[in-house]
Structure formats: C-alpha cells, structure tokens
Unconditional design. Structure first.
Length: 110
C-alpha cells in the first residue's frame, strides 16, 4: 500500500490540497491528521487517529453507481472498526471551506 499512498500524496486534487492546508500539523483544534492513510485494504483521504475520524473527498467519479457501492462498502468497513466517516464533495471544499471545517470540528468527540 505504501507506493499507492505515496502516489496519491503527490497527486492531490485542488480540494484535497486546500483542505490539507487547513488541517495539517494540528491546525484544526489541535488534532493531527494523516493524509492518504491505510486502514485495512483501503486508503482514506485524511485520518485523525485521536478522533477515529476519516474524511473522504468525492469528485464526479463517485457519482457512478458502482463507485457509490464501493464507497458504501468502505464506509461500512471503517464504521465496523469504530471509525467515523465524513464525506464531502470536492466542490463543497472549494466553495465552502469554512463550512467544511466547522462540520469536521462538530464531529470531534471532545
């Protein structure tokens, strides 16, 4: 999985880069996030171990029926491990970054 994660880290979408700039190095409520983190056979876009919170950013390719079922399977797997999953569309991150950041903080366990 390491080569896959490395490739994904070097090919961030605009939305991933913008969100990463605001959540890296404890910038969002002191929580540390990892980028392109492996959990089992899956790689999540962002993961906060302290909160057991995965953040997935979805582009247009996630609208297809087969992609939706893969996303549901991934979310079910993660939830089975006690990991909460937040999903945002890339467009939402670009157009409403502040709202996305507020929603992420709202899902902290405190």
């Amino acid at each position: 999985m390491k080569p896959v994660r490395r490739k994904l880290r070097h090919a961030l979408t605009l939305a991933e880069a913008r969100l990463w700039a605001h959540i890296q190095a404890g910038k969002l409520g002191g929580r540390k996030f990892r980028r392109q983190h492996s959990v089992g056979r899956y790689v999540v876009d962002f993961y906060c171990p302290r909160e057991r919170l995965a953040i997935e950013l979805d582009g247009a390719t996630h609208d297809a029926e087969d992609a939706c079922s893969r996303d549901e399977a991934r979310s079910a797997f993660l939830k089975g491990l006690g990991i909460s999953v937040l999903r945002f569309e890339n467009r939402e991150v670009v157009e409403n970054l502040e709202g996305v950041l507020v929603e992420i903080c709202r899902n902290y366990r405190r």
